[in-house]
Write a protein that binds this ligand. Structure first.
Ligand code: SF4
Ligand code: SF4
Length: 101
């Protein structure tokens, strides 16, 4: 039997999301993020939801596609940064449903 190795993107594609577009469960303050020197969220988020186009560009974040792992909250606040001003799990039936694993 041959097992096909799948990329992280392929595996994430199995997940099912019920997106709460009006009530983001994670909110960042871009002004505070601008003062953050190392910006660990850019490399720590497994779903790559924190982005920065250029070195001096603002950090952007999209809560849709969040895996609810909590990594961003830990790396942000543990480094003394305060850019994440809200981190909650999605309400009710919203958020991720894992299909595998
Ligand atoms: S909780 Fe996890 S997947 Fe969601 S934004 Fe934070 S690091 Fe990314
Ligand atoms: S680690 Fe926190 S403060 Fe720094 S860029 Fe990311 S969300 Fe903003």
């Amino acid at each position: 039997m041959t097992v096909k190795k799948q990329s992280v993107e392929d595996l994430l594609g199995y997940n099912k999301f019920n997106a709460d577009e009006k009530n983001p469960h994670i909110v960042i303050d871009k002004a505070l993020c601008a003062q953050c020197t190392d910006k660990p969220c850019l490399v720590a988020c497994p779903a790559v939801l924190y982005r920065q186009k250029g070195e001096n560009s603002e950090v952007t974040f999209d809560h849709l596609g969040c895996l609810e792992c909590g990594t961003c909250r830990i790396v942000c606040h543990n480094h003394g940064n305060k850019g994440i001003v809200k981190w909650d799990y999605p309400v009710g039936t919203f958020g991720i449903s894992y299909r595998y694993g």
